[in-house]
Design a protein around this ligand. Sequence first.
Ligand code: HEC
Ligand code: HEC
Length: 187
Amino acid sequence: MRTSIWMAFVMGGLLLIVGYWSAMGGEEGVSDRLKGNTARSEVIPVANNLYAKECGACHLAYPPGLLPARSWEKLMNGLSDHFGDNAELAPEDLNALTDYLVNNAADRSGEKRATKIVRSLKNDETPVRITEVPYIVHKHHEIPSRLIQGNPQVKSLSRCNACHTRADAGSFNEHDVSIPGYGGWDD
Ligand code: HEC
Ligand code: HEC
């Protein structure tokens, strides 16, 4: 009797540890496979048709894991003046898409990239631009502006998919980068 209670206790503890470890992205491949992602996707790719349609009309449908929930809430509260454009939505779409973004935001996902994005921000920082997140700024600071702003095929760092050939699949791995007119990047 004593032994079986003790065993149950030990097994329960082990399950907790393993669960926590995989939730924290302990083994990259495993958590990706469980989500049905390809080996190289590091933020969850967009899998929401309404989002792809409404928020992918003018630019890449940015994966929700690139900003924390508080940023998405702020952005979705200001769609009538969205970086100078009107991107307003019908109320039911606004609610559905805000829920989608918040539930999959960087601070709600255990993925490696998302975790680094969250850690680079102070608690009171709420950027509405991914390109203002310190982690993202830092990752691009070695790229000369002639390859971004001065490059007619890129124009702005906001156009992730101009260089990240697998951005649609949620991969921002540097090995999948090809800068138009320049090519791959190895540093
Ligand atoms: C009518 C066109 C249009 C639509 C629709 C639209 N956007 Fe944008 N979005 C823009 C423009 C223009 C910018 C600024 C791009 C730039 O500065 O190069 C922008 C920028 C952004 C950025 C910041 C990118 C950066 O610089 O890091 C995010 C995030 C974003 N949009 C999310 C969304 C979401 C979410 C939706 C859907 C609710 C949406 N957008 C719908 C036009 C649009
Ligand atoms: C001008 C081309 C270009 C654009 C536009 C661009 N990137 Fe990058 N990105 C790069 C290059 C090149 C690297 C590798 C930099 C290095 O390692 O020094 C990189 C690295 C990264 C990394 C780190 C990759 C790794 O393996 O460590 C992330 C994450 C990333 N970019 C996300 C984004 C997002 C999100 C956007 C859009 C908001 C974006 N990038 C726009 C060229 C670009």
